[in-house]
Design a protein around this ligand. Structure first.
Ligand SMILES: NC(=O)c1ccc[n+]([C@@H]2O[C@H](COP(=O)([O-])OP(=O)(O)OC[C@H]3O[C@@H](n4cnc5c(N)ncnc54)[C@H](OP(=O)(O)O)[C@@H]3O)[C@@H](O)[C@H]2O)c1
Length: 347
């Protein structure tokens, strides 16, 4: 078998990053995985235990907030998959608004400058989100496409759930396209919506929180996905690799496979877990909302096929719930109830 090339994955310990590393190793790539703390055994153990890790994986210390931090890891790589984002700042709430934007923006530009130095990087693949597309003053009549850009001013005005994340990702992606054009970087962006499905990270993430919210009854999170598209983790990671390898890949690629109606997911999960008190009623939400699709036509026209398109999103969530079974789920539910109680007391 042909010996594959060396690539770098940022945010390799995360929900998406770790699965991407796993798939790249399986395809024979040598992977340089960046994490902020390679000594954090809890975070990196899963990566180090992956098949082929002993011969094909190396860990590199790098931080989005530090200029030149990625120089060494990227030196000599043919591809860079930039997955890292300061998600924990998003979870910490609105106080971190400026830091989220500056870390996301300065981070991507710093990584792109690192790509410009060695001249070995043939393609830069950035994990964006449908959130850099879908916030529009007037939604499109038929579908969201790659030509649209989220209206950042509208995010500031509406301050919807996770708005600072949407601002940061949109601002960063725009700046990245400008840098790519001015400096001859071959960049493609992947735009997943909510990513769900079985995973290998030991810690929780936005995706695992969304799936388990049906159990922990975190309504704020659930309402966020009422009309959201979704995609399986494995499909997202395979799409990243497909777009890296395809000679004709160019530009932005929307990547969901399913459009979600919260009531349908809840119903599907309720059938799978009849004894778990899955939330199935959502006060104030439309049971049959008009959903404007976020189309992955461009990705599919390039020949990509979603392997998980025949499952439903309830199946994706069930995979996560099954992994976070028993004790872990009980603790999450308890933590969330305590959080709600204190929130209530503050009011
Ligand atoms: N999950 C989704 O549903 C979803 C949907 C659409 C788009 N996305 C995009 O997918 C990407 C990954 O998301 P995820 O769900 O996998 O998130 P995640 O599990 O929270 O992983 C994010 C990773 O980013 C790294 N990171 C955070 N702050 C950093 C910093 N200052 N410097 C360097 N690394 C830092 C963390 O690694 P260390 O702590 O090890 O350094 C972490 O492993 C993000 O760009 C996100 O915007 C996710």
């Amino acid at each position: 078998m042909e010996e594959k090339r060396t690539v770098c994955v940022t945010g390799a310990s995360g929900y998406i990053g770790s699965w991407l590393v796993k798939r790249l190793l399986e395809r024979g790539y040598h992977v340089r995985a960046t994490v902020r703390d390679p000594g954090d055994e809890k975070k990196v153990k899963t990566l180090l235990e992956l098949p082929k890790a002993s011969t094909h994986l190396s860990l590199w210390k790098a931080d989005l907030a530090e200029e030149n931090s990625y120089d060494e890891a990227i030196q000599g790589c043919e591809g860079v998959f930039h997955v890292a984002t300061p998600m924990e700042l998003v979870h910490q709430g609105q106080d971190g608004e400026e830091e989220i934007e500056s870390t996301t923006l300065n981070g991507i530009l710093s990584i792109m400058r690192s790509c410009s130095k060695p001249k070995t990087v043939k393609r830069f693949v950035y994990t964006s989100t449908t959130g850099t597309i879908t916030v529009q003053p007037q939604p499109p009549l038929h579908e969201y496409t790659e030509d649209l850009w989220t209206d950042v001013d509208l995010c500031y005005e509406l301050k919807m759930y996770g708005w600072m994340y949407l601002v940061a990702k949109t601002t960063a992606e725009k700046a990245a396209w400008k840098y790519a054009e001015e400096n001859g970087i071959n960049m493609v962006t992947v735009h997943p919506s909510i990513v769900l499905g079985h995973f290998i990270t030991p810690h929780t993430s936005f995706s695992t929180d969304v799936a388990t919210a049906f159990y922990t009854t975190n309504m704020a999170l659930l309402k966020k996905i009422h009309r959201s598209p979704a995609v399986h983790l494995d499909d997202v990671c395979n799409a990243h690799i497909y777009l890296f390898e395809h000679p004709l890949a160019k530009g932005r690629y929307i990547c969901p496979s399913h459009t979600v109606n919260l009531f349908e997911i809840a119903h599907s999960l309720g059938l799978k877990y009849p004894d778990r008190n899955i939330v199935t009623e959502f006060e104030g939400l439309d049971r049959s909302p008009k959903i404007i699709p976020c189309s992955s036509k461009k990705l599919m026209a390039l020949g990509f096929e979603f392997a998980h398109k025949n499952k439903d999103v309830g199946d994706f969530c069930a995979e996560i719930i099954a992994q976070r079974n028993g004790f872990a789920l009980m603790i999450e539910k308890l933590n969330f109830q305590i959080f709600e109680l204190f929130n209530g007391l503050k009011i």
